[in-house]
Design a protein around this ligand. Structure first.
Ligand SMILES: [Zn+2]
Ligand SMILES: [Zn+2]
Length: 208
C-alpha cells in the first residue's frame, strides 16, 4: 500500500516536518469513561501535528457502509443544498403569487407545482434534522457536552488550539502532500504502548 507522505511546512521559515504518527500506540478512554473524538491538529507547543483529545463524544454512525465516516458533515452539506432549493422555491412562489390576475391564471399550474415541491423540500429538511438529532443523542456526546472539556494535545497537554495554526516564527503552517511512500499494512504495526485518557484528556501512558 502506498500513500502520499504529508509534511508540515511554514510559509515564513520553510521548516519541514512530518506529522507525528501513532501507529504503535493504542489510544483508549479509561475504563468506565466515554470515547472522545481524537483529531490530528497542529500543536504550537510541540511545533508539529499531533493527536488531540477533542472532548467531544462520537455521534452515532450510519450503518450503511456507503455513507462517509462523518455522517454529520455529509448531512450538513445536504441541508445547505435543500435550504438553497427552498429559498429558490419561496422566491418562485412569491413571484407567481404577485403576478397580475390574468397572467397569474396562466401560471396556476406552475404555482401549484412549486407549492408541492416546497412541501417536499420542507419534509426532506425536517428528516435530515431529525436524523442528526438522533445521531447526537448518544451517551458519549451528551456526557462531553455536559462537562465540555477543552481540547488537549496528547503529547504535551497544551490546550492552545489555534486555527489556522501559526509557527513560532509567525508564519502560517500548512500540510502538504509530498512524495508517495510505501508503508506496511496497518496490521503489521505491533502496538507497543497504551495511552489511556480520562474525561478531561489527561493521559496515562503504559508500555504493552
Ligand atoms: Zn516558521
Ligand atoms: Zn503539544
Amino acid at each position: 500500500m502506498s500513500v502520499p507522505e504529508r509534511y508540515t511546512t511554514c510559509s515564513n521559515c520553510g521548516t519541514l516536518k512530518r506529522p507525528e504518527k501513532y501507529n504503535y500506540i493504542e489510544i483508549e478512554p479509561k475504563k468506565g469513561n466515554y470515547q472522545s473524538q481524537l483529531e490530528s491538529n497542529y500543536c504550537e507547543n510541540c511545533e508539529n501535528f499531533t493527536l488531540w483529545f477533542m472532548g467531544r463524544g462520537i455521534p452515532k454512525l450510519d450503518s450503511d457502509p456507503l455513507r462517509p465516516l462523518n455522517p454529520l458533515k455529509k448531512s450538513r452539506e445536504e441541508r445547505i443544498k435543500v435550504n438553497k432549493e427552498l429559498k429558490q422555491n419561496y422566491e418562485k412562489i412569491k413571484n407567481y403569487s404577485e403576478m397580475f390576475f390574468l397572467v397569474k391564471l396562466l401560471f396556476t399550474f406552475k404555482l401549484r407545482k412549486e407549492k408541492k415541491q416546497g412541501i417536499l423540500l420542507e419534509k426532506k429538511l425536517a428528516k435530515l434534522i431529525k436524523e442528526d438529532r438522533e445521531r447526537l443523542n448518544v451517551p458519549s456526546v451528551k456526557f462531553y457536552k455536559k462537562i465540555s472539556p477543552k481540547p488537549k494535545c496528547l503529547e504535551c497537554g497544551s490546550n492552545r488550539l489555534n486555527k489556522p495554526p501559526k509557527h513560532s516564527c509567525g508564519g502560517d503552517i500548512t500540510l502538504v502532500n509530498g512524495n508517495i511512500t510505501y508503508f506496511r499494512s496497518m496490521s503489521y504495526y505491533k502496538k507497543t504502548e497504551l495511552w489511556l485518557y480520562d474525561e478531561y484528556g489527561k493521559l496515562e501512558k503504559t508500555k504493552l
